[in-house]
Design a protein around this ligand. Structure first.
Ligand code: AHR
Length: 498
């Protein structure tokens, strides 16, 4: 068995964890909304048509924030299509995902669902086919209590009080040629600044997220962020980051090392934000909204055939990745990476929440169950609140094609509000267990009180509706005075000290 060591000190702090890093995302894509969260006639549907089985699994995650309505979808969306009498709402060909949008779930319905799910809405505005005018109208509709056209219209549509939406995305992935209304950096920067300016004139209490690069491999990476920051610095609060990983090549060690790539990406964008701050001699710091992150690749082949067929189905099954145990390990490491940057990553959204590259799956008319990635996400959201501590890790390493030294142990610790400490740890090694030595020098009274373990002998193990408990966490026995804790080869661990 290999050995690793984690030294914890109360004074080695990264920063306060913003609970919004445990956010998620629901796009009008595939079956995320329709037959995911909303399915009138389903045996568990409430009077508004919301599935209670899905809602229960969402609530168990403690999701603080859900980004809506897209994603690529938002770049062609007319928000006015989703208000007023549902029977008179238009059905539209939706070009981001070549589907038909019925608009049966719109603004009021989604805000109502979010309330039921105990979560906040992170709203995205369309800067693809639309611009500052529609964006400021939407802020008025959602947030003003004035006697003016759009605030009156909201009241007429049944919402006396404003929705009070605080966090807004200025478009989505506008650097990507796949985006409806794709823009150059300069074109986007101008429209984002003008839209943001008007939105904040309507409601100065809102916060704004500008599009960064859609991933680190975009040819415009760096130049894009520089241009956007140059133009929008005073208007925005966050730059967005998106990143998905794939193991299409079947190289597990390389796949599990992808969180190092994510770490480099965050460091790069933080450096670009800070360079812009220095250039501008500004006191204001721009932080990161990592508002799309996940593993995504299992469904690609199936989905391409659907797009090519141009059949415009309503709520077709798209991006329905069935996640393996291996995927859950990388998701765990990605969560650890976000926590290691708790000082600058203030918002993050696991993309997405239901059916579409999601921790929760549903069957139309049938059950709801958890994909493997549900578990590390739930653990981090429940136990990862407080102050992130700088991990001093001593660990054996292994080499991959891209990295010379990948630590077997990926770990971070959180000082929780109750004075306890939670350690999240992935043993990335495929074969060797790790004996983790905890050096608790600054916490003489803390003892291990719970060890949650997610492990499976088969890296490709999945959960299904028939077998939903194939990959689930178990509680490991503890004496309470352990100086070493065993982390099995390829495992996600939550060690709670109290
Ligand atoms: O989350 C799925 C899609 O991935 C989003 O719509 C888009 O923003 C990204 O490319």
């Amino acid at each position: 068995m290999q050995k690793a060591k984690l030294i914890l000190d109360r004074d080695y702090q990264i920063g306060q964890v913003d609970p919004r890093i445990y956010g998620s995302f629901l796009e009008h894509l595939g079956r995320a909304i329709y037959t995911g969260i909303y399915e009138p006639g389903h045996p568990t549907a409430d009077a508004e048509g919301f599935r209670q089985d899905t809602l229960k699994l969402v609530k168990q995650l403690g999701v603080p924030l859900v980004r809506w309505p897209g994603g690529n979808f938002v770049s062609g969306y007319r928000w006015e299509d989703g208000i007023g009498d549902p029977a008179s709402r238009p059905r539209r060909p939706e070009m981001a995902w070549f589907s038909t949008e019925s608009n049966q779930v719109g603004l009021h319905e989604f805000v109502s669902w979010a309330k039921k799910a105990d979560t906040e809405v992170m709203m995205a505005v369309n800067l693809g086919t639309r611009g500052p005018d529609e964006a400021r109208d939407l802020v008025e509709y959602c947030n003003l209590n004035t006697n003016t056209y759009f605030a009156d219209l909201r009241r007429k549509n049944g919402a006396k009080d404003p929705f009070g939406i605080k966090l807004w995305c200025l478009g989505n992935e506008m650097d990507g040629p796949w985006q409806i209304g794709h823009k150059t950096a300069k074109e986007y920067a101008r429209v984002a600044h003008e839209a943001g300016k008007l939105m904040k004139w309507i409601d100065p209490t809102i916060e704004l997220v500008a599009c960064g690069s859609s991933n680190l491999n975009m040819p415009t990476f760096g130049h894009w962020e520089d241009t956007v920051l140059e133009e929008c610095y005073d208007t925005i609060d966050y730059v967005s980051m998106h990143q998905y990983y794939s193991n299409a090549s079947g190289d597990t060690p390389e796949f599990l090392a992808r969180s190092l790539h994510m770490d480099q990406f965050i460091k790069g964008v933080v450096a670009i934000c800070d360079a812009a701050q220095a250039r501008k001699h500004s006191k204001k710091q721009i932080n990161i909204s990592f508002d799309e992150w996940n593993v995504w690749y299992h469904s690609n082949g199936h989905d391409q055939a659907y797009y090519d067929s141009r059949v415009w189905h309503e709520a077709p099954p798209l991006l329905e990745d069935i996640y393996t145990f291996e995927d859950a390990l990388l998701v765990g490491s990605m969560l650890i990476t976000l926590l290691k940057h708790a000082d600058r990553v203030k918002v993050a959204c696991l993309a997405q929440l239901v059916n579409v590259i999601a921790p929760i799956m549903t069957r139309p008319g049938g059950g709801a169950w958890c994909n493997t990635i549900y578990w590390p996400y739930m653990h981090a959201s429940l136990y990862g609140r407080g102050t992130a501590l700088q991990p001093l890790v001593q660990s054996p390493t292994f080499a991959t094609k891209e990295y010379d030294a990948v630590p077997m142990l990926d770990s971070v610790a959180i000082l929780n509000p109750d004075g306890g400490v939670t350690i999240f740890a992935v043993n990335r090694d495929e074969k060797e267990d790790l004996a983790l030595n905890l050096d608790l020098r600054a916490f003489p009274n803390l003892k291990p009180k719970e060890h949650l373990l997610l492990h499976h002998d088969d890296m490709h193990a999945i959960n299904t509706e028939e077998n939903p408990d194939n990959v689930v966490p178990v509680t490991m026995p503890l004496r309470g005075d352990e100086a070493e804790i065993r982390l099995p080869a390829r495992s996600w661990n939550v060690i709670r000290l109290g």
